[in-house]
Design a protein around this ligand. Structure first.
Ligand code: AMP
Length: 118
């Protein structure tokens, strides 16, 4: 069973902020911003590559509620999902990073030539 399935099953503790029948949101253990929440589906979906449009629709509503719950919906925030090796996905269970609580930087994503595909 994967790490986040164990968190859903409460075999591994987390610091949850919001939960419903289909989704769970909890604090990232290694926060990258004053607010750093992970929002996940309770069913095991490997990554964004595999998620259905139907589940993604519900997930969108859930992420909006996470932003409201953390009181960052008006001040602004960022939603990120890393996919696969190049995306830097470390946990193979779909998750959305919800980051906010301060002005976020827009970073240097890769050492490769950013115009390499033009
Ligand atoms: P990613 O690199 O997109 O797969 O992100 C995985 C995220 O999971 C990282 O930001 C980790 O800090 C976070 N993480 C790993 N283990 C735990 C845990 N037990 N509880 C909360 N967050 C975790």
């Amino acid at each position: 069973m994967c790490l986040f399935c164990k968190i859903v099953n409460k075999e591994i503790p987390s610091n949850p902020i919001l939960e419903d029948d289909n989704f769970l949101a909890f604090h990232d253990i290694n926060p990258k911003a004053p607010v750093h929440i992970l929002a996940i589906p309770k069913i095991h979906v490997e990554s964004f590559n595999e998620v259905s449009g139907e589940l993604m629709g519900k997930m969108t509503t859930f992420i909006q509620k996470v932003a409201q719950e953390m009181d960052i919906d008006k001040s602004g925030y960022r939603v990120i999902t890393n996919v696969g090796e190049n995306g830097g996905q470390e946990v193979q269970h779909l998750h959305f990073h919800v980051l906010g609580g301060a002005k976020l930087k827009w970073g240097h994503f890769s050492d490769a030539d950013p115009k390499g595909h033009f």
